[in-house]
Write a protein that binds this ligand. Sequence first.
Ligand code: AMP
Ligand code: FE
Ligand code: FE
Ligand code: ZN
Length: 276
Amino acid sequence: MGCADLHSHSTASDGALAPAALVALARSLGVTTLALTDHDTMDGVPEAVAAGRDAGVTVIPGVELSARVQSGSMHILGYFGDPQPAGLVERLRRFRELRVERAQEMVERLARLGAPVAWDDVERRAAGAIGRPHVAEALVAAGHAADRHDAFARYLADDGPAYVPSSSISPQQALEILAAGGGAPVLAHPFSLGLEGEALRGAVADLAQMGLRGIEVHRPDHGAIERAALLEIAQALDLVPTGGSDFHRPDGPVALGDTGSQPVPEETVSALRALR
Ligand code: AMP
Ligand code: FE
Ligand code: FE
Ligand code: ZN
């Protein structure tokens, strides 16, 4: 029996592996169902689907959208049956244009903060949707940060001095955009909202009212307590409990296919299929 990983990134956004290389890694690790969920793009999906067909890995087309909330950003994943959902492609192109303007703004802020990086150096690190990790790499290369993590801690985190939001859409708009493309919207890394207990349950209940269909329960950064709390919320609100590694790079903190101490249940994949 293989395992499912429903959250991963490629060079189409801020991952280090090209879509085909990501699928090859999945195969070598026994991941038999992989969702590619790049930030604001599905440009990597056709290559991943083709590679999956050859390698015997089922690739689920996906995307990760950012919405603006008071604490910074909320990430909502969308899962699709079609690699290029009609209507969504144009929308995502616009989001990526805004990402370029936003990255330029962060570079300007960094200069004012005494940590200048060359725009060209940031830009050449991004093959697709540009994001904070590309700016972080440029900061490290310029000697302004010890490593990627340090670049976020000093400058780029949601409460950092160089942070500019990537998105100005509301959670409701993100949910509508995904649903309009025929997708099933799922809340990514729920604890990044900075809420717990009843406050988290209330926030997720509001999202469920607006069309949220699932919530990430199984992640390598969740322990048994987090998993249990999220599973209870999922059951109470009739949301599909999903999960994934949020893999970005082989030298990063998580391995592809790592969803914590429990695998993503088989029923999750069929439940997501039934939703979209
Ligand atoms: P963006 O979509 O451009 O705002 O960038 C968000 C991405 O930055 C996330 O998906 C992660 O890949 C990365 N990221 C966010 N926070 C951190 C952090 N503290 N350390 C390293 N990477 C981070
Ligand atoms: Fe990312
Ligand atoms: Fe995310
Ligand atoms: Zn992600």
